[in-house]
Design a protein around this ligand. Structure first.
Ligand SMILES: Nc1ncnc2c1ncn2[C@@H]1O[C@H](COP(=O)(O)OP(=O)(O)OP(=O)(O)O)[C@@H](O)[C@H]1O
Ligand SMILES: [Mg+2]
Length: 453
């Protein structure tokens, strides 16, 4: 029979809780203050602790944090006054399983206890998973790349091949496949390791700002340029410049970039001094540049200069065998960041994740795990806490039952919001997926008063 420890300085509450919990068929232990309760935790090893918050001496939160240090998985339910939001947040942060508001509703009490004890059982039946198979981890400083499918292994080999020379590399892949991560590894794994790595997001800036960002400018070259400024090419020195979302640069800037690559030198905007270019150029794109060439939006000659070596990152749905290791890696990384301790994976979770299409790729997986970790009450990654996003399939089938919408506008609002969340509010990506321009997207965000969750 499971043992439940109740801690409350109010004798009446203690008595009534003891009665109702005994009736449910559990053994009870009682303590009238935090110290006595903690002693019982050490000596009697209860399966669950229910503790009042306000008590003389050490309060419920302190009891909770002390228990957490003694026993990481013993569930603790806190009793709080009505609507104590701050306390609720704090107790959850400190790892409370749940909290019950006073006066205590017996039905809620019973279901919370059952749920807590059951989650311990589930947890005990599972092993901790927080070690990724070493053969699938490739790590440098903070850049950890996980993958052991043949496709990813081939990519690792290629990184090895190109990292000892400074050839230009084009990295192609759908959104969220890890292009930036790969670029970082190319830089850090190779002869550029002690040189700077400079990242420029080409979609974030207007044409003229981008040029001054890339090449720098001299004082007075345009309004507001009050002093000379070095551009990213200069700052990259003999290291790497990563031009992210290269598809977004204008044809004018493309010409200038081509010139830099051909002549290996450039001038700052408005300047005359010729500056040598020694950096390796890595470009990344989630759009098909060959299509853009056909449409006259991207220069073919530049394309060939950039793709001396090409890395094609496969979408996650084509390397589902990596999902388990990725999940473990994200648990490890996100637990640390959010001070959580989700170290086990519930039954069926990996299968469920493998069945999903992951149109937002590894980033979507990471966000899904993040949400689940934040929602989890125990140390187990549970199916219930995993929310998968569904989108229209390439064959036009929608694989999720949508809420019932009356008007087209409602549907549009819902859809835009969902896509935005999926791409982490990267408006450029969202506008590509939605196939509308960015200004149109902005107008719709305003119209529907969309805000980030
Ligand atoms: N193989 C992997 N192992 C571990 N983490 C990964 C892997 N691939 C991607 N990630 C993580 O997924 C997230 C998205 O990766 P990244 O930003 O490199 O994608 P991207 O292809 O540049 O996306 P976008 O096209 O949207 O810019 C990052 O947090 C990254 O660390
Ligand atoms: Mg990127």
């Amino acid at each position: 029979m499971e043992k439940i420890l109740i801690i409350d300085d109010n004798k009446l509450i203690l008595k009534s809780l003891k009665e109702s919990i005994s009736k449910m068929g559990y053994t009870t232990l009682e303590a009238e203050d935090g110290e006595a309760g903690l002693l019982l935790v050490r000596t009697e090893h209860p399966d669950l602790v229910i503790t009042d918050f306000q008590m003389p001496g050490i309060d419920g939160l302190e009891v909770l944090s002390k228990i957490r240090k003694l026993n990481i998985s013993l569930p603790v339910i806190l009793l709080t006054g009505f609507g104590d939001v701050v306390l609720t947040i704090k107790s959850i942060q400190l790892g409370a399983f749940d909290f019950l508001e006073k006066p205590i509703d017996p039905v809620k009490l019973k279901s919370t206890i059952q749920f807590a004890l059951n989650s311990v059982k589930v947890s005990n039946s599972l092993n901790e998973v927080l070690h990724v198979d070493a053969s699938s981890v490739h790590m440098l400083e903070d850049n950890i790349l996980v993958g052991k499918t043949p496709q990813m292994k081939e990519i690792f080999k290629n990184i090895g091949r190109i990292s000892m020379s400074k050839v230009n590399v084009l990295i192609q892949g759908e959104t969220g496949t890890g292009k930036e991560l790969i670029a970082r590894l190319v830089h850090y794994f190779g002869i550029t390791i002690n040189q700077p790595l400079v990242v420029v997001n080409c979609s974030a800036l207007s044409e003229s700002l981008l040029e001054s960002e890339l090449f720098g400018h001299v004082k007075g070259s345009f309004t507001g340029s009050i002093r000379d400024k070095k551009g990213k090419f200069e700052l990259a020195g003999e290291g790497t410049i990563l031009l992210d979302e290269i598809s977004e640069i204008s044809l004018n800037t493309q010409v200038k970039l081509l010139r830099v690559i051909q002549e290996l030198e450039f001038e700052r905007v408005g300047g005359e001094e010729v500056i040598p270019m020694k950096a390796r150029i890595i470009t990344a794109t989630n759009r098909n540049l060959e299509t853009l060439i056909k449409e006259g939006k991207f220069r073919e000659d530049l394309y060939y200069r950039l793709k001396v070596f090409t890395i094609d990152l496969p979408p996650l749905r084509e390397r589902k065998e990596d999902i388990r290791d990725l999940v473990i890696h994200f648990l490890y990384k996100l637990n640390k960041r959010f001070n959580k301790n989700v170290v086990k994976i519930g039954e069926g979770v990996i299968e469920m994740l493998k069945a999903h299409d992951w149109l937002g790729n590894v980033r979507e997986l990471e966000n899904t795990i993040l949400q689940a970790i934040v929602m989890s009450k125990s140390d187990v990654l549970e199916k219930e806490n995993i929310t998968l996003n569904f989108r229209q399939q390439p064959d036009g089938k929608v694989i999720q039952e949508l809420p019932q919408f009356r008007s087209l506008a409602e549907l549009e609002k819902y859809h835009i919001k969902r896509i935005l969340e999926e791409v982490n509010w990267n408006k450029l990506e969202a506008s590509h997926i939605l196939d509308i321009t960015r200004p149109t997207l902005n107008a719709k965000i305003e119209k529907y008063e969309l805000v980030r969750d």
